[in-house]
Write a new protein. Structure first.
Length: 383
């Protein structure tokens, strides 16, 4: 374990040497009476034109700027999304530049010089308008003047490859496959291939929906910067422990929790629930119970990905949850279809799982350890 810790520290130091420069998160330019918070993205042409225009009026109207870059800084992006929600706007329909004038007027996109002057003159007279303004709401001669919100920070960069890797590890978890094989074997004996196919897809569908709802629920609970940071840190440490447990499962395999498998004390309850699945509603109920029983052995990678998604402050959270869970249930779908068409049998799948279980633990450990290194480096700002 000491060697693993030393390797983690070494890789973190190497990541620090390769750190890329990112634009400054917040820039404050003090000018006087009217406060303008500017949310922008590096490389956004609308942002550059707006910034140049407003800086040319700074002295005339006494403008103070607080500039916040959102493409590469998730915290600024999260703040901008909160501002949108405060004004009753959907963040996915907006973009950059987004300006907040005196905390009252939310400007989305470019305005003309005349429109900006009219707004600032009203503010100087103590009548700064409140509400949401775009070029369209002020001028009938509207043309699009906003750039889409890009997500280029280190947590966003981690999301896709980390998600796929974690989902593959989760999908090949021995206890997940064991529960699936046990159910299919029981139904195949009692009801034949067709009933097994239908029951298999009911089981998979319920597991899929349960994990989607679990993910949505957790993201709602941790939708706070302070809680998000704690959750991310805990998930990062948890990944290291899971990786070490997976390595233990390869070098000193013994069925149970410490090999990232279903705890032994839970297995009789799982078997009892599955044996009671004698109808399609029974299969659905069994799947719901199994989704709970599988949490101790298959939730680790999923929680890590939820932590990454929460830190990335992405508008694509639901798409990521769906993608993860599609990958998660994919082996179950393949096994169900393969057994139905006679390409394999329940017995052969069970034998293959037992034969390669140590190799599965080793591969899972390597993937989880690499994901831990990247998550830790991203959290510490080294990537």
């Amino acid at each position: 374990m000491k060697n693993f810790a030393l390797l983690a520290i070494l890789l973190l130091l190497l990541a620090g040497c390769a750190q890329e420069e990112t634009p400054e998160a917040v820039e404050v330019i003090d000018g006087g009476q009217i406060e303008v918070i500017e949310y922008y993205g590096v490389g956004c042409p609308h942002c550059a034109r707006t910034s140049e225009l407003l800086e040319g009026m700074q002295e005339e109207y006494g403008l103070s700027f607080i500039k916040k870059e959102v493409y590469s800084h998730a915290d600024n992006r999260a703040e901008m999304f909160e501002v949108y929600q405060e004004f009753g706007q959907d963040p996915s329909s907006g973009g950059v530049p987004t300006m907040l004038v005196e905390g009252k007027a939310l400007i989305i996109g470019e305005l003309t010089e005349e429109q900006w002057r009219a707004l600032f003159e009203a503010c100087l007279e103590g009548e700064c308008p409140g509400g949401v303004f775009t070029k369209k709401t002020i001028d009938d001669g509207y043309s699009p003047s906003v750039s889409g919100i890009e997500e280029k920070d280190q947590f966003q960069a981690l999301t896709i490859w980390g998600l796929v890797a974690a989902a593959v590890v989760d999908s090949l978890n021995p206890c997940t496959l064991a529960v699936m094989v046990m159910l299919l074997g029981l139904i195949l004996i009692s009801g034949g291939r067709k009933r097994m196919l239908i029951s298999g897809f009911v089981f998979i569908s319920v597991i899929f929906l349960a994990y989607i709802l679990l993910g949505v629920g957790i993201l709602q609970v941790i939708d706070n910067p302070g809680i998000t940071n704690i959750f991310y840190g805990a998930a990062t440490v948890g990944l290291l422990l899971l990786a070490l447990m997976e390595f233990n499962g390869y070098f000193n395999y013994k069925a149970g929790f410490f090999s990232v498998e279903m705890p032994m004390w839970l297995r009789p309850y799982t078997k009892r629930v599955i044996e009671g699945a004698t109808s399609l509603p029974g299969v659905a109920i069994a799947a719901m119970f199994c989704s709970i029983f599988l949490i101790p052995c298959s939730s680790g990678p999923y929680l890590a990905i939820l932590a990454i998604i929460s830190k990335a402050v992405t508008l694509q959270a639901m798409s990521y949850l769906v993608l993860y869970n599609v990958i998660f249930v994919l082996p179950m779908i393949i096994i169900t279809v393969a057994i139905y068409f006679g390409y394999t049998t329940v017995e052969k799948v069970g034998e293959a799982k037992e034969k390669y279980i140590r190799q599965i633990h080793l591969i899972s450990g390597i993937v989880l350890f690499l994901l831990f290194i990247y998550m830790a480096a991203a959290f510490l700002g080294y990537v």
